[in-house]
Design a binder for this molecule. Structure first.
Ligand code: KG4
Ligand code: ZN
Length: 337
């Protein structure tokens, strides 16, 4: 019998609902919240209100697009955390209501685990090449930067972590210094393609082992611009593309350097990237270079499965469903998971 999961993601500023059947995506809808652009970052209270407004219509559309009725859903998977508490509450409460109404099981999902499991989403008419285990994954998002060993779909070990900012924060905070709106990562990526990555040099941190640090880079970027702006008040405007290319190159080489080190240490050459920053074209290109040099079997998810989406919650929910890992209705969201 086919297993059909309704999945809900509401951890930050995107309301997403997906329908997954036997691991295949039937629909994956995302309602973005543009309101935060006015404030230079996500405003938690506004995010939860927008989730409240979006969740019913997005679910309705996801069911329509998949051609599935609510009565045909076998379980509801939802993001329990980590994320913004108010936002998570909306998704959690809606998931509970849906599960009660249809009398079906509820499955809590860890958002970070789901980013990694995005590698296992199946699509109709695609070759669906899947990693084998153990699988080494660089998880780079707005809130986290980790190196993870996946032993099987639901067993993961974190072997590297950021000691301060995440890679996405490095993009967003440096973008903010240049006057870009939030999130700055995609714009930096776009401008970087027109710039010279060797135009400026920013110092890289020396962090031992497999851990990361990005707060020093942000500070050195700030001081560098402060000095240059004294000489030329239009320095940023005149050098935008080169600044973005050099900054992106620095962040990418820190990330690729550490995953390469992790591969050498563990002997694992089955390698992937996940999370919002894995949409970055510089990171994708550099990972492909390194994969050729070091003979990696490299996995890079489709763009739409890298940033926050419910399909990744659905695939994680599907694996948990197969194992009978369900949650009680007393489950509460967790800002830290
Ligand atoms: O995984 P995600 O969608 O949300 C979190 O769980 O945090 O990641 C969002 C982060 C933001 O910091 C955003 O600037 C970054 O991913 N991002 C990018 C790109 N697209 C999204 N960073 C660099 N280049 C991109 N193309
Ligand atoms: Zn995320």
């Amino acid at each position: 019998m086919a297993v059909t999961i309704l999945a809900i993601e509401s951890s930050c500023d995107d309301t997403s609902v997906a329908i997954i059947r036997d691991g295949y995506v039937l629909s994956n809808l995302i309602a973005n919240q543009d309101i935060h652009m006015l404030y230079g970052g996500v405003v938690p209270e506004l995010a939860s209100r927008a989730h409240q407004a979006n969740i019913v219509p997005v679910t309705h559309q996801a069911l329509l697009k998949a051609g599935v009725n609510a009565e045909n859903i076998d379980a509801v998977a939802f993001t329990r955390g980590p994320g913004l508490l108010g936002s998570l509450l909306v998704g959690t409460s809606f998931a509970k209501g849906f599960a009660i109404a249809q009398n079906i099981p509820l499955i809590e999902v860890n958002h970070l685990q789901a980013h990694v499991l995005a590698h296992f989403i199946l699509e109709k008419d695609k070759d669906n090449r899947l990693p084998s285990f153990p699988f080494l994954c660089l998880l780079v998002s707005g809130g986290h930067t980790r190196i993870i060993i996946m032993k099987n779909q639901l067993d993961m070990e974190v072997i590297g972590n950021t000691i301060d900012d995440a890679a996405g924060e490095a993009f967003d905070k440096c973008g903010k210094i240049m006057g870009f709106s939030y999130p700055a990562g995609p714009l930096i990526d776009k401008l970087a393609s027109e710039g010279n990555m060797n135009a400026f040099r920013f110092s890289k941190p020396h962090v031992k082992g497999l851990d990361f640090s990005f707060s020093g880079l942000k500070t050195s970027f700030l001081y560098f611009l402060r000095d240059r702006l004294k000489e030329d008040p239009d320095f940023i405007e005149h050098n935008k593309a080169d600044l973005c290319a050099s900054l992106q190159h620095t962040i990418v080489s820190i990330l690729v350097g550490k995953i390469a080190k992790a591969s050498l240490q563990t002997g694992i050459r089955e390698i992937g990237i996940a999370g919002g920053v894995s949409a970055n074209s510089g990171l994708r290109a550099e990972m492909k270079n390194e994969a050729e040099k070091s003979n990696w079997n490299l996995f890079i998810p489709e763009f739409r499965f890298t940033t926050d989406n419910a399909a990744m919650i659905g695939i994680t929910g599907y694996f948990k469903y197969l194992r009978g890992e369900f949650s009680g209705h007393d489950v509460t969201p967790l800002a830290r998971y």
